[in-house]
Design a protein around this ligand. Structure first.
Ligand code: PLP
Length: 371
């Protein structure tokens, strides 16, 4: 296979721009995934030409033929990462290189073409050059970046698409916890599975989410905020919470030990998870990738050895888990509040993302935004 030559991005800026006052009004309370910036990046792929037609274009609805393959067979992948306003006024994206690699891995699993990492980064550069004013500056606000790729071939025949579209859109997002970090309650789903060995659990693909909605509805009906997924074979080992990874804290203070379920192939390899394992050991905690069963979770909380549990992901950073409910009973984690270790890790990661702390692992990708 020949390597894709470097893509040239055509820049076609929107003629009508949002007035600054209107933008500031929208950025004051952006919520999540509700408003979008003024541009997007599109790149096309065809089996015969490879990647081509890279362009920054005005943000606009798509026109799709009803026979477009993705609408029927869900051959699609996505990513989620954030750009943060830095103390000095600049803009930095958190670990885009890792997201680029995961995007390629997800694409490979879904039989989609792999977008070269340089093109993934260049798309971000080009979009932020046009829309950097949409990166909010309020604490805990950010610009959420959503790269995605889907089968745009028009056909009802089932095969890997020969015609694929990549898009990058951006959505200013507010604090996940506008009134302070609030621990969540979880329902352990024993009726449904998110992923099975050999399936697509490791890939960031919409189908995994579609298959999880009914379990999430069941969790809500049980009065819980979120669903926790167990392994599909034994319904015994803890995997993930909704669209976030989980981490278990044993012990207290400097003696605390972090354990997150190992990446068995059915878990999504979170960039936040990976970053927190590193930050945890930088802070002097023992860290480990292992496994924990439902019974061990419960007994650990009852005997006090398991002190905190949190979920982690790009959208909310760290979400403490305070209450657990299953068909076989319910229990509380720690004192039911946000744990000390969880909150310390949360602060440390947010400080790196905002440029308020040193970035020893060079996780920030500083974007050129002068225009
Ligand atoms: C995206 C995602 C995560 C978290 O990944 P991050 O890179 O930390 O945002 C965890 N689980 C699932 C199922 C996901 O889709």
């Amino acid at each position: 296979m020949s390597s894709t030559p470097t893509l040239t991005f055509e820049v076609n800026r929107s003629k009508v721009r949002t007035p600054a006052a209107e933008r500031e009004r929208l950025l004051a309370d952006p919520g999540f995934g509700r408003i979008f910036t003024e541009h997007m990046v599109r790149i096309s792929w065809t089996a015969d030409r490879g990647w081509h037609g890279a362009a920054l274009i005005p943000y606009a609805p798509l026109t799709l033929d009803p026979g477009t393959s993705v609408l029927h067979y869900a051959q699609a992948v996505f990513e989620g990462l954030k750009a943060f306003r830095q103390g000095g006024g600049g803009v930095a994206v958190f670990r885009p290189d890792r997201h680029a690699v995961r995007f390629r891995n997800s694409a490979r699993r879904l039989a989609l073409p792999e977008l070269p990492e340089e093109a993934f980064l260049e798309a971000i550069d080009v979009l932020l050059a046009a829309d950097h004013e949409w990166v909010p500056s309020a604490a805990e606000h950010s610009l959420y970046l959503r790269p995605m790729m889907f089968a745009s071939e028009v056909t009802l025949a089932v095969h890997p698409a020969v015609n694929v579209t990549f898009l990058l859109i951006a959505s200013p997002s507010g604090s996940y916890f506008p009134r302070g970090v609030k621990p969540v309650s979880v329902w352990l789903s024993e009726d449904f599975s998110r992923a099975a060995p050999g399936g697509t659990g490791e890939a960031k693909t919409g189908g995994n989410y579609a298959g999880g909605l009914l379990a999430q509805a069941q969790a809500s009906a049980q009065g819980c905020d979120q669903v926790v997924w167990l392994d599909s074979r034994d319904h015994r080992w803890i995997e993930e919470m909704g669209g976030m990874n989980l981490c278990f804290v044993y012990g207290r203070g400097n003696q605390a030990r972090l354990m997150t379920p190992a990446l068995t192939g059915t878990l999504l390899p979170g960039v936040t998870r990976d970053s927190l394992l590193t930050i945890g050991s930088d802070l002097g905690y023992a860290t480990e990738e292992g496994r924990i069963s439902v019974d061990e979770w419960r007994h650990g909380c009852e005997d006090g050895s398991l002190t905190e549990v949190f979920a982690c992901g790009t959208a909310a950073v760290i979400t403490p888990v305070a209450a657990v409910k299953s068909a076989r009973g319910a229990w509380t984690v720690g004192d039911g509040g946000a744990g000390e270790v969880s909150m310390r890790l949360r602060r440390a990661l947010i400080d790196i993302q905002r440029g308020a702390a040193l970035d020893p692992h060079e996780w920030l990708y500083h974007v050129r935004v002068s225009d």
